[in-house]
Design a protein around this ligand. Structure first.
Ligand code: AMP
Length: 708
C-alpha cells in the first residue's frame, strides 16, 4: 500500500509532505536536489519531454524560452494558453505536469508509491480556480483526497490544539507574489477558519522592486545615468535587490554594488532604510488585516488574537516579525519552517479521516510530544473552513428598477455550506427554462462581482396557470467547489441542468428589468410577427386606370416588410380568383410577379367581372408563423358581397386578419364590413394608394400587432 501526501502547489515554489511512519510527525519529502521546496516551473523540450523544478528553472535561466512559471495565477482562466514547443498548454495542463513531476520525485526519494494527495489552494481561490486545480490533479493521474486552503493547512502544521485550549490564531502569509491573512479559531479538537482576506498584487517581489527603484535612484544621483532604460540591467538588479533583502533578514545592513557603463556604485543599505522605503507595503498588509478584523461578526481586534503564525518566504523579513509583535504584544509563534508549513499541514490532513482521526497506523514505540513540532497525533482535529467569497445570483430588485446580487451564501460561512432560494417563474407549456448566473463577490451591482458561471435548468414541467416555484440550491463542498441544483416545488422534480459559457456581453444586467422587457418584447414580436400576408388585387376591367398605382403600392409594401419574417403572396381576382404567387420570402420572385401584374391584367388573366374572392381564405394559408393577413384592394362592389362578409367573419375566427382598401367606386361601408382591422381599412384614391399600403406595412413590421 502506498502513502498519502500533502502537496503545497505554490506560485513560485511547491513542496510535498508526508507523515513519518515511525514518529507520526509530518515531514517534507525533499526533492532529488535535497531541497525542501521545488520551483514551480515547467519546461517542454524538443520532442515533447517535460522537465519540472530546478531542471526547468535552470533551462529558463539559460534563456530557453519554452518554459512556464507563475501559471498558478492563471488557473481557471479560459483564455490563458501557452504554446511551448508547438503545443498548447492551459494553466491546468502545466499544473498537471508539475504535479506529476512532484509526485514522481517524491516517489523516487521516499521509495514509496504515492496513492493519493491533499492539494492546497489559496483561500481566495474561486470556483473556477479550484476546479482547474482538481483538473490538474486528474491530468497528473493523482487521486485527490481533497483541496485544503493554505492558511488552514498552516494551522494544522502548527498543531495549535495540543493543549486543548481555545485560541484565536492569525495566519499571516506573505509569499513571493501574494498576501493572505486568515483568522482561525482553535477549540480543542476543532479548527474553525473564521475568515480570510488578502491581495494577489502584493508579495516579496514588490519589496524587491522597491529596492531596485532605490538603487536606480542612488545610481542616477551619483552618475546621472538611468539604469531603468536597460532591461537586461534591470533583470540583474532584481537579483541583486532580492539578495540584499534576504541579507537584511539576518543582518542590520547589506552592501550593494552596481557596475554599469564604466561607473561603479557602492551602497550600504541599512535595515532601517530598507524598512523605510518599503513601509507602505507593510502598511498595506496591516490595512488588509484590519479589514479582515472589521469583517468578522462580531468584529475582532489585535487584543483578541492569541497567537500569530507566519507562512511564506517573505515573512522572514524582520519588519514582519516586528509588526506582529508590535500589534499583538508577543512574537509570532515559531517552530515551523515558513516554507514548509503548508505542505506539512496538507500531509497531516491527507492522513486523517473526515472527523479528524488519524487514518494511518504508527510504528510501535513512538510517542510524539507537542514540542517535537507538527504531528498528526496532537489530537484528532476536525477542520471547519469558511467560504472566501459570497455566493449569489443575479436577481431583479423588488421594484424591477435594477438587477442585484442576491447573496445566498455570505462570505466566511462555514463549509460545507448549502442554501436554498425560492424563485417564481413563468413557464410555457413545454420547454420551460431557468437561467441562473452565479456571482462570486459581495458587491451589490452584479457585474462588479465575478460572474462565475451560467447554469441553465431545462424541461421545467408546465403547472397550474404557467407560474411555478423553483427552489434553487447553492452548495459549497469541502473543497470549496460550488454545485447548483434546482427542484420544481409543485412536482418535486429535480431539473436537468447544463452549464453554458458566460456570455461576453452581459450588458443586459446593467439595464433595468423593465427596460429589458421592452427590448425582449420587441425582439419577440419580431418572431411573433412571422406569418403570411396575401395581397388581393382587383383585376376587373375598371382597374385599367388604377393598375399602375396598385403595382407601385404593392412594390412599396413588399419593400417595407422583412420578408424573412413576413412572407408575401399575390392573388388576382375578377371573375376567377387566381394565386399568382404563393406566399414566399423570395424578394425577386415576388417582385417579378408584381411587375407582371400589368400583363396579366391586359390578358384578362382572371376573366371579366367582380366576384367575391374571399372564399379562398379558407385554404390559403400555411402553418408558417402566427400572423395571417389579407390585404384586399378593390375598386368596386362584388357579386356575392353577402358571402364575402360571411367568408371574412369565418376567416377572422380562424385568426386571419383582413384589411380592405378601396379606390374608385368601392363602397366604404362594405370595406369596413369585410375588414377585421378597421383602423387600417380605408377608401382612398390612386394617388394615395402607395401611402395607404406603406402605412399598413409599417404597422405589420412594427411588431405591435394588428388591432381588431
Ligand atoms: P514563497 O512564495 O513563500 O516561496 O516566498 C518567496 C518570497 O520569499 C520571495 O519573494 C523571496 O524573495 C522571499 N524570501 C525568501 N527568503 C527570504 C528571506 N530570508 N528574507 C526575505 N525574503 C525572503
Amino acid at each position: 500500500m502506498g502513502i498519502a501526501v500533502g502537496i503545497d502547489l505554490g506560485t513560485t515554489y511547491s513542496a510535498v509532505g508526508r507523515i513519518d511512519p515511525t514518529t507520526g510527525h509530518a515531514v517534507i519529502i525533499r526533492n532529488p536536489e535535497g531541497e525542501a521546496v521545488t520551483p514551480s516551473v515547467v519546461a517542454v523540450m524538443p520532442g515533447g519531454k517535460t522537465l519540472i523544478g530546478a531542471e526547468a528553472k535552470e533551462q529558463q535561466e539559460l534563456g530557453y524560452t519554452e518554459t512556464a512559471a507563475f501559471f498558478k495565477r492563471s488557473m481557471g482562466q479560459k483564455d490563458f494558453s501557452l504554446t511551448l514547443c508547438g503545443s498548447q498548454y492551459s494553466a491546468s495542463d502545466l499544473a498537471g505536469i508539475l504535479l506529476r513531476g512532484l509526485v514522481q520525485q517524491a516517489q523516487e526519494v521516499s521509495g514509496e508509491t504515492v496513492d493519493a494527495a491533499v492539494v492546497t489552494v489559496p483561500a481566495y481561490f474561486k470556483n473556477s480556480e479550484r476546479e482547474a486545480t482538481l483538473e490538474a490533479a486528474s491530468k497528473a493521474g493523482l487521486k485527490v483526497l481533497g483541496l485544503l486552503n493554505e492558511p488552514t493547512a498552516a494551522v494544522f502544521a502548527y498543531g495549535l490544539n495540543a493543549d486543548g485550549a481555545s485560541r484565536k490564531v492569525l495566519v499571516y502569509d506573505l509569499g513571493g507574489g501574494t498576501f493572505d491573512v486568515t483568522m482561525a479559531q482553535v477549540d480543542g479538537e476543532e479548527i474553525r477558519v473564521l475568515g480570510s482576506d488578502g491581495s494577489h498584487m502584493l508579495g516579496g517581489k514588490d519589496w524587491d522592486d522597491a529596492l531596485v527603484r532605490w538603487i536606480t535612484d542612488q545610481f542616477s544621483d551619483e552618475f546621472d545615468v538611468d539604469l531603468s532604460d536597460d532591461s537586461e540591467q534591470m533583470g540583474q538588479l532584481a537579483v541583486v535587490a532580492e539578495k540584499a533583502k534576504k541579507r537584511l533578514s539576518r543582518a542590520n545592513s547589506a552592501p550593494i554594488r552596481v557596475s554599469y557603463q564604466g561607473h561603479t556604485g557602492k551602497y550600504e543599505l541599512t535595515r532601517d532604510e530598507f524598512d523605510d522605503i518599503t513601509s507602505f507595503m507593510l502598511q498595506e498588509t496591516s490595512d488588509i488585516v484590519d479589514r479582515l478584523f472589521a469583517s468578522m461578526d462580531p468584529p475582532v481586534s489585535w487584543q483578541d488574537v492569541d497567537g500569530a503564525i507566519l507562512v511564506g518566504g517573505s515573512t522572514r523579513m524582520k519588519q514582519v516579525h516586528d509588526y506582529i509583535e508590535r500589534m499583538s504584544g508577543k512574537p509570532p509563534l515559531g517552530g515551523v519552517n515558513v516554507d514548509e508549513a503548508v505542505a506539512l499541514g496538507a500531509a497531516i490532513r491527507a492522513n486523517q479521516n473526515a472527523s479528524g482521526a488519524p487514518t494511518m497506523l504508527l510504528g510501535s514505540g513512538s510517542s510524539p510530544s507537542p514540542s517535537d513540532g507538527p504531528s498528526m497525533l496532537l489530537g484528532g482535529r476536525k477542520v471547519t473552513d469558511v467560504t472566501s467569497h459570497s455566493l449569489g445570483m443575479i436577481a431583479e430588485s423588488s421594484d424591477r428598477s435594477r438587477y442585484v446580487n442576491d447573496i445566498l451564501i455570505p462570505k466566511n460561512s462555514p463549509i460545507p455550506a448549502r442554501q436554498t432560494q425560492r424563485r417564481e417563474l413563468r413557464v410555457p407549456t413545454s420547454g420551460g427554462e431557468l437561467e441562473v448566473y452565479l456571482l462570486q463577490g459581495q458587491e451589490p451591482a452584479p457585474l462588479d462581482n465575478e460572474v462565475a458561471g451560467k447554469y441553465v435548468f431545462t424541461d421545467i414541467p408546465y403547472v397550474g396557470d404557467g407560474r411555478t416555484l423553483i427552489d434553487v440550491t447553492y452548495s459549497y463542498d469541502e473543497n470549496g467547489v460550488i454545485a447548483i441544483s434546482a427542484v420544481q416545488t409543485e412536482t418535486d422534480t429535480s431539473l436537468p441542468m447544463h452549464r453554458e459559457p458566460v456570455p461576453e456581453d452581459m450588458s443586459w444586467a446593467t439595464r433595468s428589468p423593465l427596460e429589458n422587457d421592452l427590448i425582449e418584447k420587441k425582439a419577440n414580436n419580431g418572431v411573433a410577427n412571422r406569418g403570411e400576408v396575401y395581397i388581393f388585387i382587383d383585376m376587373s376591367l375598371s382597374m385599367f386606370s388604377g393598375i399602375y398605382s396598385a403595382i407601385a403600392a404593392a412594390q412599396q409594401f413588399v419593400y417595407q416588410l422583412n420578408l424573412e419574417y413576413m412572407h408575401v403572396g399575390i392573388i388576382g381576382f375578377a371573375k376567377q380568383t387566381k394565386i399568382f404567387q404563393v406566399a414566399s420570402s423570395n424578394n425577386s420572385e415576388i417582385d417579378d410577379c408584381i411587375s407582371k401584374l400589368h400583363d396579366l391584367f391586359e390578358n384578362k388573366a382572371c376573366g371579366l367581372g367582380s366576384y367575391n374572392p374571399l372564399g379562398l381564405l379558407r385554404t390559403l394559408y400555411s402553418d408558417y408563423g402566427t400572423n395571417k393577413i389579407a390585404l384586399i384592394l378593390t375598386d368596386g362592389e362584388w357579386v356575392g358581397s353577402h358571402h364575402a362578409i360571411l367568408d371574412a367573419h369565418s376567416a377572422w375566427r380562424r385568426g386571419i386578419d383582413t384589411i380592405g382598401i378601396g379606390m374608385g367606386d368601392a363602397n366604404e361601408s362594405f370595406l369596413k364590413r369585410i375588414s377585421s382591422v378597421q383602423d387600417l381599412s380605408e377608401l382612398t384614391d390612386a394617388s394615395h394608394l402607395v401611402e395607404s399600403f406603406s402605412k399598413i406595412a409599417r404597422v405589420i413590421s412594427s411588431g405591435d400587432g394588428l388591432v381588431r
